[in-house]
Design a protein around this ligand. Structure first.
Ligand SMILES: [Zn+2]
Length: 243
């Protein structure tokens, strides 16, 4: 949201030029407060140099003289906090600064009522807490889903390999189901518990846990060769579990 201010406003900070009008955007009059580029003093009370000022009749006024002294500054950045603070403020102003390079005004933040800012902060905090609670609930739900999936996976292993020890089937299923592991259990085929996916998981488990495959890899034997070398043992173990 960019304040609709005539770009000629910054030159208007020089006393000799035309006064700017408060911007009107979407039918809503908007109070504009300037963060001046040059050192300015309040034309009414002489305070200064002013970090923020209001232009009235083309002359700078401090926030106190402009009856905005009770507002607090909220820098831009937190959209929800800004919106809520603004909505809760009976009086608020947008703070802009002229960017010479881009030759336009840039929004710095808003001035809002302190009580409105406090209420907005509370609501945003409550939202953050609600989000954290929802994340925790989701994690519990996912964990329960993982458990159900692992149980179904184990059951399918035992259906295809009835002689596989149940404890071993549960371990294989749990290992294959680890979230985000990219293992077979998390793949689409694994999710569908197809015989191919289940068999692949069991085959991998037997290869790693029931043969010298890992030891061969450790000794530097190429993967393909190690697989060929252990294929017989893997096939024999699967045959026993199948019966
Ligand atoms: Zn003043």
């Amino acid at each position: 949201m960019r304040p609709t201010v005539d770009p000629a406003v910054e030159p208007a900070l020089e006393p000799s030029t035309t006064p700017p009008q408060p911007a009107a955007a979407q039918g809503t009059a908007r109070l504009v407060v300037f963060r001046p580029l040059k050192r300015k003093r309040c034309a009414e009370c002489g305070a200064g140099p002013l970090s923020l000022l209001v232009l009235a009749d083309g002359r700078p006024r401090c926030l106190g003289c402009a009856d905005l002294g009770h507002l607090v500054y909220l820098p831009r950045g937190d959209t929800a906090l800004t919106r809520r603070s603004r909505e809760g403020s009976g009086l608020w102003a947008v703070v802009v600064r002229f960017n010479r390079r881009k030759s336009r005004y840039e929004r710095q933040g808003v001035l809002v009522e302190e009580a409105a800012l406090a209420r907005a902060e509370e609501r945003c905090l409550a939202d953050a807490e609600a989000r954290a609670r929802r994340r925790a609930r989701d994690a519990v739900r996912r964990a329960a889903g993982d458990e159900r999936f692992a149980a179904a996976f184990a059951a399918e292993i035992l259906r295809l390999f009835p002689r596989c020890p149940p404890e071993r089937a549960r371990r294989i299923a749990g290992h294959a189901s680890v979230r985000g592991s990219g293992r077979v259990g998390r793949s689409a085929a694994g999710r569908a518990l197809t015989p191919g996916a289940v068999t692949a998981a069991v085959t991998a488990a037997v290869r790693h846990g029931g043969t010298e495959y890992d030891a061969l890899l450790m000794r530097g034997v190429p993967r393909g060769e190690a697989r060929r070398h252990t294929a017989g043992a893997v096939e024999a173990a699967l045959r026993v579990w199948r019966e």
